[in-house]
Design a binder for this molecule. Structure first.
Ligand SMILES: Nc1ncnc2c1ncn2[C@@H]1O[C@H](COP(=O)(O)OP(=O)(O)O)[C@@H](O)[C@H]1O
Ligand SMILES: [Mg+2]
Length: 253
């Protein structure tokens, strides 16, 4: 069980002048919680995830795993956080699912004696056990995305970061991936995800971090986002999408 805390995270990029991609972002995620970063393109979601994952160094601020700064303990970072980025890349198309994961298991320093069992479990968890020995080149988009999740599961970390895990997938596969994310939270994993899909955020998130122009403008439940927006409907509660649309102007750069 691991708690993630982000304090005053800031990241600038040198475009023509200094560009602030992430601006004073703070939040905390407890074990078993799913927190969603929600905001328009360019809001700073991926940049935030990359800093939490240790792929990108913050300009200032800190990422703490159970109170320890990841910059002070790369080992703690490796052992505790895994990341799922969307997309079709990242695997050897001509190798099998098993051989791909075996390569990453080696990279992750998983002891040889545990590799087979962990690879099989990860593939089973994402419902790819039947294609263990098939080549990735034969895999559909959804199967490749599940491979990304399997790779993250291999590490058996307490913290899982998912950047747009279901973008571009068809409805049924997205639904399966959401069920899997819920199961992981039930097991006590600490989960940060980014998403464009309002129904996904409504379905999964214990808390929503509304981010615009690098800044968190709200941190609370889906219900609290609806209240914040002030949108009301006569016969039913407003949806997250309706509320988000009302708030969208505040989220633009
Ligand atoms: N390596 C980089 N160099 C320069 N600008 C970047 C870089 N990475 C991201 N940005 C900029 O930072 C902003 C936030 O990007 P990103 O975190 O990818 O947004 P999101 O994931 O919310 O769509 C964007 O304006 C993007 O162009
Ligand atoms: Mg992004």
């Amino acid at each position: 069980m691991t708690t993630i805390e982000v304090k005053n995270l800031r990241r600038t990029f040198n475009k023509k002048s200094e560009f602030v991609a992430v601006d004073d972002v703070s939040f905390k995620i407890n074990p078993g919680q799913i927190v969603a970063l929600l905001g328009p393109n360019g809001a700073g979601k991926t940049t935030t995830v990359k800093m939490v994952a240790g792929y990108l160094t913050p300009t200032s601020g800190s990422v703490l795993i159970d109170g320890t700064n990841i910059l002070d303990s790369p080992k703690l970072l490796r052992q505790n956080i895994s990341t799922v980025f969307g997309g079709e890349l990242g695997f050897y198309a001509r190798a099998t699912a098993y051989d791909n994961l075996n390569f990453f298991a080696t990279l992750f320093n998983i002891p040889r004696s545990q590799r087979k069992q962990r690879i099989e479990k990860a593939l089973k968890d994402v419902d790819l056990a039947e294609v263990t020995h098939k080549k990735i080149s034969e895999f559909s988009r959804g199967m490749r995305q599940r491979m990304h999740i399997a790779r993250a599961l291999l590490k058996e970390t307490d913290v899982i970061l998912l950047d747009e895990p279901t973008s571009g997938l068809d409805v049924e596969i997205a639904h399966e991936i959401r069920s899997l994310v819920k199961q992981l939270a039930k097991q006590g994993k600490t989960i940060l995800l980014t998403s464009h899909t309002m129904t996904e955020v409504e379905d999964l998130a214990d808390r929503v971090l509304l981010i615009g122009a690098g800044k968190i403008i709200h941190d609370g439940t889906v219900k609290s986002v609806v209240s914040l927006s002030g949108v009301t409907k006569v016969d039913r509660p407003a949806t997250l999408e309706e509320s988000y649309l009302a708030l969208a102007p505040e989220l633009r750069r």
